[in-house]
Write a new protein. Structure first.
Length: 234
């Protein structure tokens, strides 16, 4: 361990030995390869969501009145709550990475647990939001109930224009795909948590925590774009 790492460790911190896979020559090469692979994966994720964002802008350009009237049926409060929840989870994830760098085993476990809890809160809010939409006939595509949705809109002082099923088709695809990524994040966070509880991470080896953190930050970043585009459009 370098003197820099030693100074970075907190008093009483634990620094377990760094595992080295047989196909790597040095720990630095292994850590660099892991991070590079994660960035390549994240680039493909960004490209996938970019296609959906492009579809959104095309729909907004072709049907501006429809988009403006349809988005009024989305719950801005729930969307705002979920935004705060994800931003907070990004902070706890960053703190987990920092704790691993300092050899603070309890800090790693505590912050990963908090991140997982925030992820479940996000999915819980999204479940309530989805079920509320379904109860009023707001479904994607051909399943959209114009009568029920129209009555729901009028109850809230709005009138649906154009073809709202197109907007809600995009809404459910974009937010649903994002939700799948949140669920995947819960899975990998749980995997990291189990390893953290065994004391596997420290100043010399924290690549899994860092890489899962990068993934989680991208998930949060996508939502930062989804929220204003879908909920706050003007």
């Amino acid at each position: 361990m370098s003197s820099h790492d030693a100074k970075a460790m907190r008093p009483g911190a634990i620094d377990p030995p760094m595992p080295l896979a047989h196909h790597f020559d040095t720990p630095g090469q292994q850590a660099g390869s892991a991070k590079f692979g994660m960035w390549v994966f994240l680039a493909t994720e960004i490209l996938m969501f970019s296609g959906l964002f492009l579809a959104y802008f095309v729909v907004r350009m072709l049907y501006p009145e429809m988009v403006l009237s349809s988005h009024e049926l989305l719950d801005k409060t729930m969307g705002g709550v979920n935004t705060v929840v994800l931003l907070t989870s990004s902070f706890t994830m960053a703190m987990a990475v920092r704790a691993a760098q300092l050899g603070d085993q309890k800090g790693v476990v505590r912050n990963i647990i908090l991140t997982i809890l925030f992820a479940f809160v996000f999915m819980g809010v999204k479940y309530v939001e989805y079920t509320g939409k379904f109860a009023h006939g707001i479904f994607p595509g051909k399943y959209f109930d114009y009568v029920a949705a129209g009555e729901y809109a009028r109850e809230h002082g709005h009138v649906l224009a154009g073809k709202p099923h197109i907007f809600f088709g995009l809404y459910f695809v974009m937010t649903g795909l994002h939700g799948v990524h949140v669920l995947a994040g819960i899975g990998v966070l749980t995997w990291v948590l189990l390893r953290a509880r065994k004391g596997e991470f420290g100043p010399r080896y924290y690549a899994p925590v860092e890489n899962v953190g990068l993934y989680w930050h991208i998930v949060d970043l996508v939502w930062i774009f989804l929220f204003p585009l879908l909920y706050l459009v003007r």
